[in-house]
Write a protein that binds this ligand. Structure first.
Ligand code: THU
Length: 130
């Protein structure tokens, strides 16, 4: 699947964001090695710390459906800047896909791509990777 197509799916996921507190909507689309795509949006809570980011929602969605082989993830938000994943989401991605490609888009759908290795060098892991 083309990067742009995955960004468009992340934009669809963003429409389902539940973000009444920050009013900052985020969507993610996670492409698995077998071609399946799992979507996620941010889900906020009155107890702010209970909020779940869009990227983790997408990852947990895929895991819940039995898929743990990830190829790339697209992230989009309301922001003018490219949407970089937060540190917690980087760590969660590293658990299952230390070499995943991360596509970061802005609200216009323009995007850049980096590997998770670039975004999170020297990861903490109990597994032997690469
Ligand atoms: N958020 C994400 O969904 N992904 C990120 O990588 C950064 C932040 C969400 C969490 C919260 O609902 C809102 O954006 C503002 O921080």
């Amino acid at each position: 699947m083309e990067d742009k197509e995955l960004v468009n799916l992340a934009m669809e996921a963003k429409k389902r964001a539940y973000a009444p507190y920050s009013n900052f909507h985020v969507g993610a689309a996670l492409l698995c090695e077998n071609g399946e795509v799992y979507l996620g949006c941010n889900i906020e809570n009155a107890a702010y710390g209970s909020t779940n980011c869009a990227e983790r929602t997408a990852v947990f969605n895929a895991i819940s459906f039995g898929n743990r082989s990830f190829k790339k993830i697209a992230i989009v938000s309301d922001g003018d800047e490219y949407t970089y994943p937060c540190g917690v989401c980087r760590q969660v991605l590293s658990e299952f896909a230390p070499n995943i490609e991360v596509i970061m888009a802005n609200n216009k759908g323009e995007f850049i791509k980096e590997t998770l290795c670039e975004l999170l060098p020297h990861i903490f892991s109990l597994k032997k990777h690469n």
